[in-house]
Design a protein around this ligand. Sequence first.
Ligand SMILES: [Zn+2]
Length: 150
Amino acid sequence: MRLQYGRYQGRTAETLLLRAPDYAVWVMRHQPEGRLAQYFRDLITAFDARPINQPCQACGAAATRAAALPDRSDLYFFCDDCALYPNAAPEGAAQNLRTLADFVSHVERTARRRPVARLRAFVRRMAQAKGLPRRITEPAAEAFFAGEIM
Ligand SMILES: [Zn+2]
């Protein structure tokens, strides 16, 4: 879907969700009944449904979730049985990042500096872990949401 007006006129919703997820969040909050918000929600459902294409870094099984340290944008991938901090995670760390909404709430709870950049980095890294090529072109973004690239 190509945007017909506004700040991102001419861009596709698919590339925007991957490159500027903060904009998708804004649209869903401010124009929740709009066609674009509904489209973003459908894309997010597809995003969340894609499996993580990475091994658990502790045991090598298929990873199912990501962990992040406080104020850092790196992601660490684990299965449900392993964790970055098996006992108690430090304040601001997240161990159970599975969905795009998880990243939004993690950033809103913890990012004191540059929350937009951090959300963008997280979504990009999660998308790459789910098979998105490093270069986010329009065809790559479309194929990613259509489930055509694994
Ligand atoms: Zn594991």
